[in-house]
Design a binder for this molecule. Structure first.
Ligand SMILES: C[S@@+](CC[C@H](N)C(=O)[O-])C[C@H]1O[C@@H](n2cnc3c(N)ncnc32)[C@H](O)[C@@H]1O
Length: 194
């Protein structure tokens, strides 16, 4: 059954619709490792995942989660900003996930920032495979997240509709500035139907 009560789960459902064994995938914000573990399972033994974070603490948590499930060999953990995504990722990615903001349970001042987020989004588009998707969860309820939304939405609006389909979803009954999901699909003839 599809769960739309959490926007992060909606992102997972959409990723499941496009990802296959053997794919290359990217987690642009490793955080507590949930998305990295999810992607590592989905790409299977023949696939590969790159996972970025600027905090060693986040990558250590992510590594431990991967190790518990015997998935660590499928993942390269990159200690550094996703604004260097293009230099690190070898090949075309079927899925690139961003879950913006700060590390839950960690330092709230260490957060994604709109300038590096836009830079990494530009780079992500260059490595995205035809038919592949970028998912981005935005949290405009905090100050930096609000700035990010102000930059990300106009950036997405100007993407060429001949090349990309862009979807924006939010839970309308969750007060002011609820989390939002942006999905960008590179067209390959047909597009994800949701
Ligand atoms: C909301 S958490 C990600 C949650 C994660 N996807 C999960 O499944 O648990 C956001 C993470 O982005 C990281 N971050 C902040 N700036 C970054 C950057 N420029 N590049 C990569 N990661 C960054 C933070 O350190 C934080 O761990």
């Amino acid at each position: 059954m599809i769960q739309v009560t959490r926007i992060t789960e909606l992102a997972h459902h959409l990723v499941e619709m496009v990802i296959s064994e053997g794919d290359l995938a990217v987690d642009a914000t490793a955080g507590n490792g949930h998305d990295t573990v999810f992607l590592a399972k989905k790409v299977g033994e023949s696939g590969y995942v790159y996972s970025f974070d600027i905090q060693q603490e986040a990558l250590d948590i992510t590594y431990n989660k991967l190790k518990q499930e015997n998935l660590e060999k499928r993942v390269t953990l990159v200690t550094g900003g996703h604004e260097n995504l293009k230099d690190q990722v070898q090949g075309r990615a079927a899925v690139i996930m961003f879950n913006l903001g700060y590390l839950p349970g960690g330092n709230r001042w260490i957060t994604t920032k709109y300038d590096t987020t836009i830079e990494s989004l530009e780079q992500a588009l260059t490595v995205l495979a035809p038919g592949g998707i970028i998912t981005m969860v935005l949290y405009p309820g905090h100050q930096e997240g609000f700035e990010e939304k102000k930059q990300v939405i106009p950036f997405c609006r100007q993407l060429d509709p001949g090349q990309y389909a862009v979807l924006n979803s939010l839970l309308l009954n969750r007060g002011q500035n609820p989390p939002e999901l942006v999905v960008i699909q590179r067209r390959s003839g047909g597009c994800l139907e949701v």
